[in-house]
Ligand binder design. Structure first.
Ligand code: ADP
Ligand code: ASP
Ligand code: MG
Length: 424
């Protein structure tokens, strides 16, 4: 028997009607003779709403309690989905992350899966049941606490289950038809890709394309899980994420140098102003930043002003790490000897990604020209082997994406369809 793991995102199970629609789809897969294991996200924007609620109660919620709170969202959807399936006459059982044997490290809010022992899931499958697992959550054996895998983490739950159970396929069902050349909510003419290499998808996910959780792509690559991203609202085949070493049969490599354009509005910039331009200061600053567990992305050090012997160092990090990093640096002001700190949360990051960049010239020239033509100012630049990222003002990043998408000849003939969701 074929084993299929299916993951349904929040907008696919936003209300009772959607849950029934998804239940029907799962039953169809079962009727076609497959064993089915489902990972499900919290309904609609539940996770965001729970987060808002936590912050209304206290400005810095305790991480352990936050995980207890957030993990409840997936418990609601898993139980409702299992009920709906049972109501249709099929056996279904829901399991929390810990019941499903999703063992993680102890890092609340960004836990890593260290082991999956799906004993109960195997038993349930053996007994002919459809298995529903709460996405996004796990359990740490040392602390015996519930953890969550980070925003968008249900994708990773699905891939980890597929790897542990030796599934034949892992399908990620969402509110768009697959992976596009850019976020179809921002770039209407985004074009759907039939295939994308895991290498390019990793880079896009790291650059803010939330269609797949970055850990899910990593995990799938490491464990040889084939991922297909598709819509839960129609039957279109979606997009296959493939291992670049093994191009799928019949697949043609895209001709474009650029696989996709990603936008990220979740970052902020901290500038440490008036830093003494002497050896060891940058090390001091970033040691303090590292101590807060903040995830630093870009770093730029300005040329020092000769007269003062001082310079500015700017770096970007997730907005959610902003407050704690500012207060840690502020506390070390005298030790480091800087003049002041500036915080800017009105930045946007645009990235172009493409494996063919390795062997193509002129990609950055084309990018910068497109931004110049659109009148967009570039504030920071970084590159990797297959990516170029720039920081702009937050309110011009969408316009920048449109211009760049057109400049790299990625525009489709028609507007992309977004079936549901608020994009939150
Ligand atoms: P789910 O709740 O199903 O996990 P997400 O909101 O996490 O859905 O991810 C799907 C969303 O990702 C889409 O609605 C789209 O707005 C966004 N997105 C960003 N970049 C891309 C891209 N390159 N291709 C497709 N969707 C993208
Ligand atoms: N519900 C979680 C979130 O909103 C996990 C997920 O949807 O993948 O981040
Ligand atoms: Mg998601």
């Amino acid at each position: 028997m074929t084993l299929i793991v299916q993951k349904f995102g929040g907008s696919s199970v936003a209300d009772a009607e959607s849950i029934r629609r998804v239940a029907k789809r799962i039953v169809e897969t079962r009727k076609a003779g497959n064993d089915v294991v489902v990972a499900v996200s919290a309904m609609g924007d539940t996770t965001d709403e729970l987060l808002d609620l936590a912050h209304q109660v206290t400005p810095l919620p305790a991480p352990r309690e936050l995980d207890m709170l957030l993990s409840s969202g997936e418990r609601i959807s898993m139980a409702l989905l299992a009920m709906a399936i049972k109501g249709m006459g099929y056996e279904a059982r829901s399991y929390t992350g810990s019941q499903a044997g999703m063992i993680t490290d102890a890092t609340h809010g960004a836990a890593k899966i260290v082991d999956v022992s799906p004993v109960r899931l195997r038993e349930a499958l053996h007994e002919g049941a459809i298995v529903i697992v709460a996405g996004f959550q796990g359990f740490n054996r040392d602390t015996r606490d519930i953890t969550t895998l980070g925003r968008g983490g249900s994708d990773t739950t699905a891939v980890a289950l597929a790897a542990a159970l030796g599934a034949d396929l892992c399908e990620i069902y969402t509110d768009v038809d697959g992976i596009f050349t850019s976020d179809p909510r921002a770039v209407k003419r985004a074009r759907q890709l039939a295939h994308i290499s895991s290498e390019e998808m990793l880079e896009l996910a790291a650059s803010g394309a939330k269609v797949l959780h970055i850990r899910a792509v990593e995990y799938a690559r490491r464990h040889g899980v084939t991922l297909r991203v598709r819509s839960s609202f129609n039957n279109s085949p979606g997009t296959v994420v493939y291992d670049p070493a093994r191009l799928p049969e019949g697949a043609e490599v895209e001709e474009s140098v650029i696989a996709g354009v990603a936008i990220d509005l979740s970052q902020a910039k901290i500038t440490v102003v008036g830093v003494p331009d002497i050896p060891g200061v940058a090390a001091k600053i970033f040691k303090i930043v590292a101590g807060t567990d903040a995830n630093v992305d870009m770093i730029v050090q300005n040329v020092s002003v000769a007269a003062t012997g001082r310079t500015d160092i700017s770096f970007t990090l997730p907005k959610t790490d902003g407050e704690k990093t500012l207060s840690a640096l502020g506390a070390a002001k005298d030790d480091i000897g800087f003049e002041s700190l500036q915080y800017d949360d009105q930045i946007g990051k645009l990235s172009v990604v493409g494996a063919a960049m390795r062997s193509s010239t002129g990609v950055s020239a084309r990018l910068f020209e497109a931004l110049f033509d659109a009148g967009i100012n570039i504030e920071m630049i970084t590159t990797s082997e297959i990516r170029i990222s720039v920081i702009t003002r937050a309110d011009s990043v969408n316009q920048a994406a449109l211009a760049v998408h057109t400049a790299f000849e990625l525009d489709a003939e028609e507007d992309a369809v977004v079936h549901a969701g608020t994009g939150r």
